[in-house]
Write a protein that binds this ligand. Structure first.
Ligand SMILES: [Zn+2]
Length: 314
């Protein structure tokens, strides 16, 4: 167990080993991997994939982002004690950025229940670590849910590129992502790859921002409208099952005002302004619950959710 591993977390090794991985280079299935503590080796093409923070690093050897992540993963992980500034910041927490609509929470709860990996042997994958407070709660009953992505702290089951997932074709029942697609450089490639790895009839659930400030810059590349999201998924073969507002106009308004105030505040005052503005504006976001089904709200909403299906007969 690495020094930064969460002692409360269940042993992920068994889940990670049994997932339908494939070799990113030669696409040989999971059984081709010889898994050792320090590396996974593909017996079909001979490629060795390092194990970092106890997780296999399944990126194609020619992937241009591979070396950056190998160098940086673990450096920012929790092994280093928090700096004085970090400790100070943790004394003044900020509220969750977004408030989720009821329809969105209902949709994701229902989809997870219908695809419970424990009861039916289904494979459910979240893109990224899913450590948002809302998702920690939603995912808690599903310890076998797989997490695949490139978070620097390694809170996933395998490191994988969202434009080239290390998973076999037609092997996953449900792919979930929340506020991830805007950070993927070539989102069309990612959606195409999600379609590839889903089983026929499998579902995709995605939350994507529409009116939200540029964030995690410069790794923030796109926004989608109500109709744009449907077209994005339709271009790659998905049928629309359901879509709606995930965080509405009041969340959009509150976060814009907050970002304005923090942006205009001079240097040292940014931190107190952030604390004050985020708490004062937070209650307004709950007004979204009153307008979440109003058609006008789609024109000025913060985030949408989209549920799509890979046709049973592709
Ligand atoms: Zn291989």
């Amino acid at each position: 167990m690495p020094p930064n591993a969460d002692p409360q977390a269940p042993d992920r090794t068994a889940t990670a080993r049994s997932a339908p991985w494939r070799c990113p280079k030669c696409q040989a299935p999971r059984d081709a991997f010889r898994t050792e503590a320090a590396q996974w080796t593909c017996s079909s093409c001979g490629t060795a994939y390092p194990v970092l923070l106890d997780k296999p690093f399944l990126l194609h050897p020619d992937n241009p982002i591979r070396d950056y992540f190998i160098e940086h993963i673990g450096k920012s992980a929790g092994s280093a004690p928090k700096s004085g500034k970090g400790k100070f910041k943790s004394l003044f927490p900020t509220p969750p950025q977004r408030v989720w609509t009821r329809s969105c929470l209902r949709a994701v709860t229902r989809i997870l229940r219908e695809n419970d990996p424990a009861s039916s042997g289904k494979v459910v994958m979240n893109i990224g670590s899913g450590t948002d407070g809302v998702y920690q709660k939603l995912y808690a009953p599903y310890p076998d849910l797989l997490r695949v992505g490139l978070p620097l702290d390694g809170r996933i089951d395998a490191f994988g590129d969202a434009m080239d997932f290390p998973l076999q074709d037609n092997s996953v029942d449900l792919v979930l992502s929340s506020s991830v697609l805007e950070h993927i450089e070539d989102v069309e490639r990612s959606v195409a790859d999600q379609f590839r790895l889903l089983k026929p009839g499998g579902l995709v659930y995605a939350e994507i921002p529409f009116l939200r400030a540029w964030h995690m810059e410069p790794v923030d590349y796109q926004r989608y409208t109500w109709s744009g999201i449907e077209k994005l998924f339709a271009r790659h073969g998905f049928e629309t099952v359901e879509r709606g507002i995930c965080s509405g106009p009041f969340t959009a308004w509150a976060l814009f005002v907050q970002d304005f105030l923090i942006g205009m505040a001079p240097g040292a005052s940014k931190f107190p302004v952030r604390i004050l503005a985020s708490w004062l504006l937070h209650p307004w976001k709950f007004l979204d619950r009153l307008v979440e089904n109003a058609p006008w709200a789609r024109k000025v909403a913060c985030n949408f959710y989209f549920v799509g299906r890979k046709p049973a007969k592709a």
